[in-house]
Design a protein around this ligand. Structure first.
Ligand code: ASP
Length: 311
């Protein structure tokens, strides 16, 4: 059975647990130098219509570890620049014999459109402002490594919730796994529809991070701010920057996270970003293992059928 991984919202807790346990297993095998090649012979397309460093490299690493071949495709150099629609581009890739697609696109819902037309598994690498499921899985694996469980943890998600797919996927995942989610930031960056997300809103930073086990900072998504949602970066820094001083209100063993790319000195100061509490580098490496899990899971772990084998 083939399936898609487009969002966390529609996953059940056992599916999230299965993905996290697969990822932990891949981590142990890769770090022990063992070969994992459950994807040998498969070809996966990496389609990025938006900039990316971590997600793109880690999907490529993940595919390599699984023994898959990758074909890279960026919107910038494609026929979409000649006016081809996304649907026709997806159909073209299907007939190029790609077996799975990993896709990032600035328009929310485009990964669903790809899944409807491609004919094989699609994995979201970031769906507009909507969701970024593998980021949340990597963040959960990172929290599990330090805390042992997600159940009962207090997680403060700080900053630009309005434009953040990372906030949405994390809120769904963490709440399904029993954590308490808090959204912390200025009113202009915490939209009214946040009410539909699982979590409580705090406009005051210190109140929001009080006794938190995890402080997860978000990048200010200037490229998605259509109107003046932010008075000034200086004002944001003064009221919402996470510093070592701010972290004193959190739990004594608080961990600090950021999905990257980090605006150093804005969302976090150097003291917090580079402190032992920071898990930012672990988030990057765990991104590889959860993306291995995602690529394995969408094919249900099934090896590619041998040529000529009956389906
Ligand atoms: N890299 C993450 C994303 O693509 C976070 C960010 O860009 O702020 O959503």
């Amino acid at each position: 059975m083939n399936r898609h991984l487009l969002a966390i919202r529609h996953l059940e807790r056992p599916e999230i647990e299965a993905l996290l346990s697969l990822a932990a297993d891949f981590r142990d095998r890769v770090e022990a130098g063992k070969t994992v090649d459950s994807g040998r012979g498969r070809t996966v397309g990496l389609l990025f219509f938006e900039n990316s460093t971590r997600t793109r490299v880690s999907f490529e690493q993940a595919a390599n570890y699984l023994g898959m071949r990758t074909v890279n495709f960026s919107g910038a150099g494609s026929s979409m620049r000649k006016g081809e629609t996304l649907r026709d581009t997806i159909l073209t890739l299907r007939y190029e014999r790609l077996e799975a697609l990993v896709m990032r696109h600035p328009s929310s819902g485009s990964v669903r459109l790809a899944a409807d037309h491609f004919g094989g598994p699609v994995v979201s690498a970031g769906d507009g402002q909507h969701e970024h499921p593998t980021q949340a899985l990597g963040d959960a694996l990172t929290i599990l490594e330090r805390k042992g469980s997600l159940d009962g943890l207090v997680v403060a998600i700080v900053g630009d919730v309005a434009h953040s797919r990372v906030a949405r996927s994390n809120a769904w995942l963490l709440s399904k796994m029993g954590a308490e989610v808090r959204f912390v930031g200025p009113r202009t960056l915490i939209p009214s529809h946040t009410g539909k997300l699982p979590g409580t809103v705090y406009y005051d930073l210190r109140a929001g991070v009080a006794d938190a086990d995890v402080v997860m900072c978000l990048r200010l998504q200037k490229e998605r701010m259509e109107e003046a949602t932010l008075a000034s970066v200086g004002e944001y820094r003064r009221l919402y920057q996470v510093t070592r001083g701010v972290l004193r209100s959190a739990a004594p063993d608080v961990m600090v996270m950021h999905p990257g790319p980090l605006n150093r000195g804005v969302e976090l100061d150097d003291g917090a970003a580079d402190s032992p509490a920071s898990a930012i580098t672990d988030q990057i490496t765990n991104g590889i293992y959860v993306r291995m899990a995602a690529l394995h899971w969408v094919f249900d772990g099934a090896a590619k059928p041998a040529a000529g084998a009956k389906k």
